[in-house]
Design a protein around this ligand. Structure first.
Ligand SMILES: Nc1ncnc2c1ncn2[C@@H]1O[C@H](COP(=O)(O)OP(=O)(O)O)[C@@H](O)[C@H]1O
Ligand SMILES: [Mg+2]
Length: 1008
């Protein structure tokens, strides 16, 4: 009989074609992810191997990794399996180029890669979630660089057993490879899919995002099976007719079942060879076993005792095992072990894999391992796990802790009280190692086993039970399993109380408070912080500072900014009194005050705290803290209208984010940058940053940031006249910020409103209604936003953004009392806080009141002029131009046509440069009415300010080509085409393909 893998691939033409297409797409730079799924033995591995072969022939790099049922707990096991062999062949210098210096983080993910010497991590002060994002991001970037040279196929097999971290990584990578030459090919047995919840979620999420194709593999057909039998026995098709019909019916077209049944029939001599011909095809002689399980069992039962013994142990080891491991666990002499292995290889139960110097043994098919393992029965399996555990431990010797993952699993599965102490030891070590890789889920599993084992067995004396308990609690907290965490903290608190350690109680209360806070139970959080503070009196000043800081932040989120401030101020006082020299902690306290005073004023005080936050961060040597200080200062200087300072702090935060290789931090500073560019009138740049950041925030799931990004970007669209696009963004912001839930601000139990999102969401919609001529609606929405902002102490927010819009809307609606009220408030607050923008707006608003309400344009003129000039000096040119336009109106009205026209012209030039649609049109109309001919709208003839590529695309749109067709013609993805298109729309101020086509024709772009 021919060996299975030597027979040609049968009946998979359509599947190969489909996967080859995906491969070719990926090769052209639109990365793809495909899962091939189906029952065990249906041919997933075989098909994947055919695709891998094809890729290799086309010059791809191919790596493949495999998951094993015992490995579900080992973080990044599948990816390590796939990539380690490749990484190991790379020169360290080359690797360091590809990882852009991120080699230490790689070593964290793939500990077997390095000797362990380069593990030292710089202290960045980032939180675990940020560090994890960084790890995933850097890995993705690495793949991008690697595949830029040569396209890369990563084959990941048996994902039903994949560890949570690998699946998380897969999910992350699959979303980022759209323009990379990368093909991720996964396989899994769908009968087992639902036992792996992470796999199910990963698949659902990626499918929803359109980032994954799931391809189900069908059984072979009757004639395929006939061909398979023919190929294996060298018999012509048809010669075995009845037999194959029977076989097909029994195996339902599963090629593995076909092969194993045939092997079994041969071994039992039902099929035999005489004179180079196979006989026994007659149906009546054929005794088919009851199930495939029986077929496999029968094959194992026919093995020699040593081979059976060894294969049982191999099934317990569960992964691809090195020779030394099998030798050690079997307890056989070398000679006997080799003989047994030879037998297993020749029976095609095991196969050799790996390199010459590191030969490993694996089952030829995972079903064999599963059947053998389950056939052991529980008692024997436990016993053998114990044997394997102890043999491996002695094999690894001094290095055993480095293999904690593997040892933990076997010791735990041994369920033996003699081995309980070691179960705790290795589970604890494996849990800690997992935490180092931010593999929280795996860590929690290990630690939970350690804790259960300790709870069950009170005789274990020397284990660090308290540490395990608190580490597990912290891990559950990180996973967002707050109730489970709180339960564990309660145990920890009771233990601390029993020992009479008040300092420890204070720490636990702090953690419990955080768990409540993160699950939205702010009132409970405050209660825990207070209990912690009560217990902390005797404890260290540092704990007191931490608790007060946490309490302050909870109060801020509850919309009690004033109380929050005094709490954090008090924290600083106790820090000073207690001689606390924890620079990081001090930096955090000052940062909190920076951000609080930035919203309530006085702005100068906020600035002081910002500088101190920065100084302490530098002293602590934590770049992350330094980054937040700069970010906060950028925000603050933006509010206080100090453009050069904003630019400086943004540049600093970009530099730091870059040094930390952080994917998330640049998004936060980009949000400030969009606002800043919008204000200073660099709208093209603002839009470009806005769009880019929105896309990145979506793909990195930054929901906190998105509402604001939508509002800022939407405002520019609105002012540019793309009202529909603006509305779309404002609605998205409203939805994400939970606009419907307005009113729960003071609800005791409800999660409080996210003020930094919900207030901007109000701003967006109010601005929209004002621009569309519904001032009454604009007032309504704007005032609702004001109420939220003021109610929670975010006064600067009101002053900076909401009051100008509400005030203007009230004026337009001729609701003068209201307008006067808002205007007066604007002046009072602005003076109190030293808010320059507020003062400018107050002047403008008073000017308009004098004119519209009092009918006194003369009095309006100096006020409007002052407003415009102040806005210009900030600079805030877009608003300045709008005020100038009003100033011109007043001048014209009082009979100063020369000056009026001059002001109109000034306003016009700024608005034209900005591309401020309606405002510009209005200004031009006014100019015409006043007998001034507006300058021509400047569009560079021919090019129209478009790049060469944009002109190419615009032409194709005019010839009615779809994005896909255009992408095909230009060798870029449809998505890239659509990005170009939105830039083109923006540059030309067109809103549809039809309009663009008109533009192309009218401007003669088609025939150049
Ligand atoms: N289309 C095919 N033509 C020939 N042999 C096949 C085909 N598909 C699978 N086989 C054989 O069947 C066995 C099981 O296939 P495999 O790919 O390992 O299944 P799976 O990965 O789905 O569990 C292997 O020995 C394989 O070579
Ligand atoms: Mg397989």
């Amino acid at each position: 009989m021919t060996k299975a893998e030597e027979t040609p691939l049968i009946g998979r033409g359509a599947d190969v074609a489909l996967l080859s297409r995906a491969l070719d797409d990926a090769g052209k730079g639109s990365g793809r992810t495909v899962f091939v799924v189906g029952e065990g033995g249906i041919g997933k591995t075989r098909l994947a191997a055919a695709i891998a072969e094809r890729a290799r022939k086309k010059g791809w790099t191919v790596v493949s990794g495999r998951a094993y049922p015992v490995e579900t707990g080992v973080p990044y096991a599948v990816f390590s399996d796939a990539l380690l062999p490749l990484l190991r062949t790379m020169e360290p210098s080359h690797l360091s180029v590809l990882t852009r210096g991120g080699a230490p983080e790689f070593a964290q993910m793939f500990p077997n890669l390095s000797s362990g010497s380069e593990k030292s991590r710089q202290s960045t002060g980032a939180d675990p979630a940020e560090l994890k994002a960084r790890l995933l991001w850097n890995f993705t970037q690495f793949l991008g660089r690697l595949s830029a040279k040569q396209p890369l196929l990563i084959l990941l097999e048996n994902l039903q057993w994949a560890d949570a971290s690998s699946l998380e990584l897969l999910h992350f990578v699959a979303r980022q490879i759209e323009s990379q030459r990368l093909f991720l090919l996964g396989t899994y047995n769908d009968a087992d899919r639902d036992s792996n919840a992470v796999l199910r979620n990963t698949e659902q999420s990626l499918t929803r995002l359109g980032a994954l194709t799931v391809h189900k593999l069908a059984p072979l057909s009757h004639s395929d099976v006939e061909e398979l039998v023919g190929q294996m026995f060298g018999a012509p098709k048809g010669a075995t007719g009845h037999f194959t019909s029977l076989l097909y019916g029994w195996t339902r077209g599963n090629p593995f079942f076909v092969e194993e049944t045939l092997k079994s029939l041969i071994e039992s001599h039902a099929l035999s060879r005489a004179d180079s011909r196979w006989t026994g095809w007659e149906i009546d002689k054929l005794q088919l076993p009851a199930s495939i399980r029986d077929v496999l069992k029968a094959r194992v039962e026919r093995l020699s005792p040593n081979a059976r013994n060894l294969v049982n142990l191999a099934a317990v080891v569960g992964t691809r095992a090195p020779y030394e491991t099998l030798l050690k666990v079997s307890g056989l002499s070398e000679k006997d072990a080799i003989a047994a292995l030879d037998e297993l290889l020749s029976q095609r139960i095991l196969e050799e894999t790996g390199t010459v110097d590191a030969i490993r043994y694996d089952f030829t098919h995972p079903l064999l391992q599963q059947v053998i393992y389950s056939d052991l029965g529980q008692a024997r399996a436990r016993l053998l796990h114990g044997t394997v555990a102890e043999s491996l431990e002695s094999l690894y010797g001094d290095d055993a802790v480095a293999h904690a993952d593997e040892l933990a699993l076997h010791f735990a599965r041994a369920h033996s009280s003699q081995l309980a102490r070691k179960t705790v030891l290795y589970c604890h070590a494996a849990g800690r190692a997992a935490l180092e890789k931010y593999a929280n889920r795996e860590a929690a599993n290990y630690l939970a086993i350690a804790l259960e084992t300790l709870d069950r067995d009170s005789s274990i004396q020397d284990a660090p039970g308290d540490e395990i308990l608190t580490t597990l609690a912290r891990t559950r907290q990180r996973l967002g399993e707050y109730n489970a965490a709180i339960e564990l903290w309660e145990r920890a608190r009771a233990a601390a109380a029993k020992r009479g350690e008040r300092g420890a109680i204070a720490d636990v209360e702090h953690r419990m408070g955080l768990a409540c806070y993160w699950s939205g139970r702010h009132a409970d959080a405050l209660a825990h912080y207070e209990a912690g503070l009560a217990a902390a009196e005797a404890a260290s000043a540092e704990t007191v500072v931490r608790l007060r800081l946490a309490k302050g932040i909870a109060l801020q989120d509850l919309g009690k900014l004033q109380e929050a401030q005094s709490e954090v101020e008090a924290a600083l006082v106790s820090a000073a009194a207690g001689g606390v020299e924890n620079e990081a902690l001090l930096s955090r306290a000052h940062r909190a005050l920076l951000l609080m005073y930035a919203w309530t004023g006085p702005l100068a005080l906020a600035g002081d705290h910002g500088r101190q936050a920065l100084a302490h961060a530098q002293a602590a040597g934590q770049r992350m803290l330094e980054w937040t200080a700069h970010w906060g200062l950028a925000l603050l200087t933006g509010v206080s209208g100090d453009a050069p300072a904003v630019a400086r702090h943004l540049a600093e935060s970009d530099r730091l984010a870059d040094a930390m290789q952080s994917p998330l931090l640049p998004l936060w500073s980009a949000e400030v940058a969009v606002q800043y560019r919008m204000v200073i009138g660099e709208w093209d740049t603002a839009l470009a940053i806005g769009e880019r950041t929105i896309a990145a925030a979506q793909s990195l799931n930054q929901r906190m940031l998105l509402p604001r990004l939508y509002v800022w970007t939407g405002l520019i669209y609105l002012w540019r006249g793309s009202t529909q696009k603006a509305k779309e963004y404002f609605d998205l912001a409203w939805k994400l910020a939970g606009g419907e839930k307005t009113g729960s601000l003071n609800g005791a139990d409800a999660r409080p409103l996210d003020i930094p999102s919900i207030v901007p969401a109000h701003l967006g919609l109010a601005s929209y209604h004002l621009a569309l001529g519904n001032p009454v609606e604009a007032v309504r929405i704007g005032e609702a936003g004001l109420e939220i902002a003021d109610g929670s102490g975010y006064i600067v927010w009101s002053l900076q953004w909401l009051l100008p819009v509400v005030g203007e809307a009230a004026l337009v609606a001729r609701d003068f009392d209201r307008a006067a009220r808002h205007c007066a408030r604007m002046r009072v607050d602005a003076e109190r806080l030293g808010h320059r923008m507020g003062l400018a707006f107050a002047d403008a608003c008073d000017g308009l009141l004098a004119w519209f309400r009092d009918g006194d344009p003369q009095r309006a003129i100096p006020l409007l002029r002052s407003g415009a000039e102040q806005l210009e000096s900030l600079p805030f040119p877009p608003q300045a131009a709008r005020v100038r336009r009003r100033l011109a109106g007043a001048l014209l009205e009082v009979g100063q046509p020369e000056e009026g026209r001059r002001e109109l012209k000034k306003a016009h030039d700024v608005l034209a440069k900005l591309g401020a649609a309606d405002e510009l049109t209005g200004t031009r109309e006014e100019m015409r009415e006043r007998g001034v001919r507006p300058p021509p709208k400047t569009v560079t003839p021919g090019a129209a300010g478009l790049t060469g590529r944009e002109i190419e695309i615009a032409r194709m749109v005019a010839t009615r080509k779809s994005n896909k067709e255009i992408g095909g013609a230009l060798q870029i993805s449809a998505r890239t085409v659509s990005t170009h298109l939105s830039n083109i729309f923006m540059k030309l101020s067109v809103t549809s393909r039809g309009e663009l086509a008109d533009f192309v024709r009218q401007n003669g772009l088609l025939d150049t």
